[in-house]
Design a protein around this ligand. Structure first.
Ligand code: SF4
Length: 353
């Protein structure tokens, strides 16, 4: 490959942001990234599990303590479940050599002397095939842009790529027709050039701001007191929905936006009831947990009457029952998954489950 030391390394997220908003280039602020923190913890636990030659009954508890032990109990439970899901979806095989740092896929554009790379997290090699794994711990899937670079720029053209979604418990093979891959890569490499010739610069806010690290820097979202946001200041991106919920319970908003606690899966026709019940629970919890501190956003009834009203509320009572049932279900579900796993720790691996 003909490239020089001045090769410009481009990132897919940065390119797509640049296409949407020219002001997205530049240093960002210190944004809370709970999903990324969790991804790193689960990745490290899996890497240690692959590196260990101890039986799982010894290795797994030690790894969980070492890698996930610093987390708070709720985060640790989520991360341990994701770690367990990975082991069930991708059981170790004695025939596979594991690469904990597989080569990145990279595509080059010699005209602009730039490249775009995408990483995979684990490589599994047998005498017959090489499998490269993209670990996903949230709900987002590998995008077509990433697929195009992964497949087109693979160091081993015969390698196959798997997306392992540990939250959903599914494994999918990553595929994209050759023509689509070429068109996507051409579009990505053309973005910086198109941006250079733009007549109108400045911010262009939109939904893409959720993927940008500069909302506190670009001037589009100024502080209400007019002060500047210091780059090291910790910032959190809120939605209008969560701003409204701050009036009910700061903890609920913090769970979602600061700690990234996943939402429960609910049936679609139960969604609005579930959301209302969740808000009522948090309203009750906030009033009960913060009974004395004066709070400017609380209503005219005051804290005590609010607690009483929430306790008497049938929705609140129903919710408390649901919370207990849910906790029982989580522990019995985990126990039965482990029982299945113990009976058959090396099931035949399938794709697209
Ligand atoms: S936060 Fe939105 S408007 Fe501001 S730079 Fe980023 S993408 Fe542009």
């Amino acid at each position: 490959m003909d490239y020089t030391e001045d090769l410009e390394r481009l990132k897919i997220n940065d390119l797509n942001l640049l296409a949407a908003c020219p002001a997205s280039v530049g240093p960002g602020s210190n944004l809370a990234a709970p999903q990324l923190d969790r991804w790193i913890a689960v990745h490290d636990a899996i890497a240690e599990w692959y590196a260990s030659d101890q039986p799982d009954e010894h290795a797994v508890p030690a790894i969980a303590d070492r890698v996930l032990g610093r987390m708070d109990p709720v985060q640790r439970q989520i991360a341990e479940t994701l770690f367990a899901n990975y082991r069930m979806l991708m059981p170790k095989s004695r025939d596979e050599a594991v690469d904990l740092d597989p080569p990145w896929s990279t595509v080059y554009d010699t005209a602009s002397n730039s490249s775009i790379s995408v990483a995979t997290q684990f490589g599994l090699r047998t005498p017959d095939e090489v499998t490269l794994i993209k670990l996903k711990t949230g709900r987002s899937r590998v995008s077509d842009d990433e697929k195009a670079v992964l497949i087109e720029g693979a160091a081993d053209p015969a390698a196959r790529f798997l997306e392992v979604l540990v939250a959903d418990g599914t494994v999918d093979e990553l595929e994209l027709p050759h023509e689509e891959r070429g068109a996507i890569i051409d579009r990505l490499f053309a973005i910086p050039d198109r941006n250079r010739t733009l007549e109108r610069r400045g911010t262009r806010p939109g939904l893409h701001c959720f993927r940008c690290s500069r909302p506190a820097e670009c001037g589009q979202y100024p502080r209400l007191d007019g002060e500047q946001v210091i780059r090291t200041e910790r910032t959190v991106i809120m939605t209008k929905k969560w701003l409204a919920k701050l009036n009910l319970c700061e903890r609920q908003a913090a769970w979602a936006r600061l700690y990234g606690i996943p939402h429960d899966d609910v049936e679609s026709d139960d969604e609005s009831w579930g959301a209302a019940a969740g808000s009522t629970f948090h309203q009750a919890a906030a009033a009960a947990l913060l009974p004395v501190r004066a709070h400017p956003r609380r209503d005219a009834h005051g804290d005590r009457s609010r607690v009483r009203r929430c306790r008497d509320d049938p929705v609140s009572a129903h919710l408390r029952r649901r919370q207990s049932q849910r906790l029982r279900r989580i522990s019995s579900g985990a126990a039965s998954r482990w029982a299945d796993f113990a009976k058959n720790p090396y099931p035949k691996r399938g794709i697209g489950r």
